[in-house]
Design a binder for this molecule. Structure first.
Ligand SMILES: Nc1ncnc2c1ncn2[C@@H]1O[C@H](COP(=O)(O)OP(=O)(O)O)[C@@H](O)[C@H]1O
Ligand SMILES: [Mg+2]
Length: 231
C-alpha cells in the first residue's frame, strides 16, 4: 500500500452569511490520496471543490479536523509554517494561472523556487520549461505568451520544488480545446514520472474520464449533499 500523501480526517469548514448565519461547505469524514495517485474531482458549481483545495494547500484553515500532507499535520502549524509546506510539498495550478506579469517565464519558475527550501536553479527551471514545450519562450513575459503557453508555464512552476502533490483547480477551463489535452497530458505524465499525487478539479467529462480515480465531491462531502445552495 503506497504511503498517503494527503489525508483529511473529520474536516469541517463553514463560511459566514451576510445575515449572521453560517453555511457549511465542507463536511468530510475521510479523504486520502497516496503517492503517485491521479484523481479527477468533479462536482456541482459551489459544492466546495475550490474550498477543499484551499484547505489541502493550507491557504485556508478548516474549522475543525485534521489535514495531513506528506505526513505533516497542517492544522497544527501556524501560517508561516503552512506557507513553507505549501512551497516545498505542493504544486498549485489554477484556472487563472496567477503568473507574475512583470516576470519572464523563466523568472516565474525561479521565483517559485525562491519560496522553497532549495536554492533557485536556473538549469532546472529552464529544463522544466523545455519539458512543457517552452524552450524557446524562456524570456517571454506572460502577456507575450498564448493562454495555453501561460498555463504550461504554470505547470512548470508547480513542479519547481519537486512537490509530492499537485493540486489543479480547473486547469484547462480557460484554454482552447486544442491545448487542453496538452496540459492534461503534461500534468499526468510528469506526475507519473516523479510519483507526484495529482488532484485535478474539472467540469469536463472527457478530462475526468482519463483519470484512474474519478470522484464527485458530493460523494464524500456531506455538506455538498445536504445543501442545494441558490446561485
Ligand atoms: N471566502 C469565502 N467566504 C464566504 N463564502 C465562501 C468563501 N469561499 C467560498 N465560499 C462559498 O462556499 C461555497 C463553495 O465554494 P467553492 O469551494 O468555490 O465551490 P466550487 O469550487 O465547487 O465551485 C460557495 O457557496 C461559496 O460562495
Ligand atoms: Mg471552484
Amino acid at each position: 500500500m503506497p504511503a498517503p500523501v494527503i489525508e483529511l480526517h473529520d474536516v469541517r469548514k463553514s463560511f459566514p452569511l451576510p445575515g449572521g448565519e453560517t453555511v457549511r461547505v465542507l463536511d468530510v469524514d475521510s479523504f486520502v490520496m497516496t503517492a503517485g495517485e491521479q484523481c479527477a474531482l468533479e462536482g456541482q458549481s459551489g459544492s466546495g471543490k475550490s474550498t477543499l483545495l484551499h484547505v489541502i494547500s493550507g491557504i485556508m484553515r478548516p474549522d475543525s479536523g485534521r489535514v495531513v500532507v506528506d505526513g505533516i499535520d497542517l492544522t497544527r502549524l501556524d501560517e508561516a509554517r503552512r506557507d513553507r509546506v505549501r512551497a516545498d510539498q505542493l504544486g498549485l495550478v489554477f484556472q487563472q494561472f496567477n503568473l507574475l506579469p512583470g516576470f519572464t517565464a523563466l523568472e516565474n519558475v525561479l521565483v517559485a523556487m525562491s519560496f522553497g527550501s532549495g536554492r533557485p536553479d536556473r538549469d532546472r527551471a529552464a529544463g522544466l520549461l523545455a519539458a512543457v514545450g517552452l524552450a524557446d519562450r524562456l524570456h517571454h513575459k506572460p502577456a507575450a505568451l498564448s493562454i495555453g503557453q501561460q498555463q504550461r508555464v504554470a505547470v512548470a512552476r508547480a513542479l519547481a520544488n519537486r512537490p509530492r502533490v499537485i493540486l489543479a483547480d480547473e486547469p484547462t477551463a480557460s484554454i482552447d480545446p486544442a491545448h487542453q489535452q496538452q496540459v492534461i497530458d503534461l500534468l499526468k505524465n510528469t506526475c507519473a514520472e516523479e510519483r507526484v499525487a495529482l488532484l485535478v478539479v474539472t467540469h469536463a467529462p472527457e478530462v475526468a474520464g482519463q483519470f484512474p480515480r474519478r470522484l464527485r465531491l458530493e460523494d464524500f462531502n456531506r455538506a455538498a449533499r445536504a445543501a442545494v445552495r441558490p446561485a
